[in-house]
Design a protein. Structure first.
Length: 134
C-alpha cells in the first residue's frame, strides 16, 4: 500500500547518475546498526538507507503498519528502477516477516545475513527463487 509521506523513517538516497543496475536497501530499525561501509554494501551499486527516526528498536506497543508501508514503498519503487535489490536489515523479526509477506517471491530481492565471524554481510537467499510446494 502506498503512503504519501515518511513518518517513521528518514530515507537517504546515495544514487549515481546514471543509475547503477543494482541497489542495496539498508533498513536500520533496531539497536544494532548496519555497517554501511562494508564492501559488500558499497561495491554492489546504489544505496538507499531507511533510518528509523527514533534511532532505536521499534517499540512493541507501536503500530508497525506504517513502518511496513514505508519499507514497501521504497522496495516497490526500487524493483521498478533496478535489476536487483540487496536487502540489508536490522529490524525486529516480526517486521521482517510482515515485509516478506508484502513482497512475497515476486521481486528480485537478495536477502543478506550479518556474519559475526567475518564482520560482513553474506548473501542468504533470493526471494524470487523461493519455491512453494502444496
Amino acid at each position: 500500500e502506498d503512503t504519501p509521506k515518511f513518518e517513521k523513517f528518514d530515507v537517504t538516497y546515495q544514487c549515481s547518475e546514471p543509475r547503477q543496475p543494482n541497489v542495496t536497501i539498508a533498513i536500520d530499525a533496531a539497536a544494532h546498526k548496519i555497517k554501511l561501509n562494508d564492501p559488500s554494501i558499497t561495491s554492489y551499486g546504489d544505496i538507499i538507507i531507511l533510518q528509523n527516526k527514533t534511532g532505536n528498536t521499534i517499540g512493541y506497543e507501536e503500530d508497525w503498519t506504517q513502518y511496513c508501508r514505508e519499507i514497501f514503498k521504497v522496495l516497490n519503487q526500487a524493483q521498478q528502477d533496478y535489476a536487483e535489490i540487496k536487502l540489508v536489515y536490522s529490524m525486529p523479526v516480526t517486521l521482517a516477516i510482515a515485509v516478506g509477506m508484502t513482497t512475497q517471491h515476486f521481486w528480485n530481492i537478495q536477502l543478506t545475513n550479518y556474519d559475526s565471524k567475518t564482520g560482513g554481510y553474506k548473501d542468504l537467499i533470493k526471494m524470487n527463487e523461493v519455491i512453494y510446494y502444496d
